[in-house]
Design a protein around this ligand. Structure first.
Ligand SMILES: [Zn+2]
Length: 145
């Protein structure tokens, strides 16, 4: 009997997590989530190595860019490079692609309005896919790597 209950609970949990996954897939790209005052920014490296930041509220609804400001510093082999962002279609897009190479660190600074305290995120620029979750390594949150 105990076993049946456990199975039922597991089944219930997997159904609800599936529903969440589906709403995420509809509007999200599979990037890395950066938390800032009540908003989640999805950090995504596009195929051409431009970076996009799309913002969502705590209900996973998309929020257009208003006063969010981002800057990125790429600690590339060719030297440190600062990249600025511009608003396009409600999201922030980098004005230029990431420098050549990969395996270096990116530091993303997010601000919500000029007066707010900036928040820094360090993200390794690694685009190979994780075998466990299928996401690019920079977006992967699997344990152990
Ligand atoms: Zn993973």
């Amino acid at each position: 009997m105990k076993k049946i209950i456990v199975v039922l609970i597991v089944a219930l949990f997997s159904v609800s997590s599936l529903a969440v996954a589906e709403t995420q897939v509809a509007d999200m790209k599979g990037g890395r989530f950066l938390e800032m005052d009540g908003l989640t920014a999805e950090f995504f490296i596009e195929k051409d190595h431009y970076v996009s930041l799309t913002f969502h509220n705590d209900k996973l609804e998309r929020v257009p860019v208003t006063s969010q400001v981002a800057t990125l510093t790429a600690d590339a082999p060719s030297g440190k490079k600062k990249i600025e962002f511009e608003t396009k279609g409600g999201s922030l897009f980098s004005k230029e692609p990431l420098p050549e190479g990969h395996g270096y660190n990116l530091i993303v600074q997010l601000k919500h309005g000029a007066a707010s305290k900036p928040k820094n995120f360090r993200i390794p620029f690694e685009t190979s896919l994780c075998r466990e979750c299928g996401k690019a390594e920079y977006a992967c949150s699997c344990e152990g790597h």
